[in-house]
Unconditional design. Structure first.
Length: 155
């Protein structure tokens, strides 16, 4: 049995998933708000939300890596290796949830249905992604790639 370099505890997986969720939530909420405010269709809004979720997710992952002195060109592939699977799982779950809730995508920004479905979708995505991250960390993949760059005070 190979020795894993990183703790694959539930606590570590939850911390990694919260880190990923922060970036995803910023991008997802911003994309949904922009798409809804401009009256875009569901497809355009979802594509923007996904693109922004990946952008913000990777950006938050790269912060501690860049602070550790890693060059931008080297930090980008580290972020991709660390968060691509986690962000992808979150995006599939949260967008699918919002799309299946009747009227959620067409509800206005002042609607409880819009915000309730968005918050619920992110919570569901978190719950589904935690075991994925735990499995990946236990195999020195995903968040384990950047674990050494994080200060324990960073999210």
């Amino acid at each position: 049995m190979s020795e894993h370099l990183h703790d694959a505890s539930w606590r570590t997986a939850i911390t990694a998933t919260l880190h990923c969720l922060a970036g995803c939530a910023i991008g997802e909420v911003l994309g949904m708000v922009i798409g809804t405010a401009f009256g875009w269709g569901n497809a355009a809004t979802v594509v923007l939300s996904i693109a922004l979720a990946f952008l913000f997710g990777y950006s938050l992952t790269m912060r501690p890596v860049l602070r550790a002195g890693v060059a931008l060109g080297a930090a980008i592939p580290i972020a991709f290796a660390a968060d691509t699977v986690s962000i992808a799982v979150m995006e599939v779950i949260d967008n699918a949830f919002v799309l299946i809730i009747p009227g959620a995508m067409n509800a206005g920004l002042s609607s409880a249905l819009f915000w309730g479905s968005l918050v619920t979708s992110l919570a569901l995505a978190f719950v589904v992604t935690v075991p994925v991250n735990r499995w990946m960390i236990g195999r020195d993949k995903g968040h384990a790639v950047v674990h050494g760059f994080h200060q324990h005070t960073d999210l």
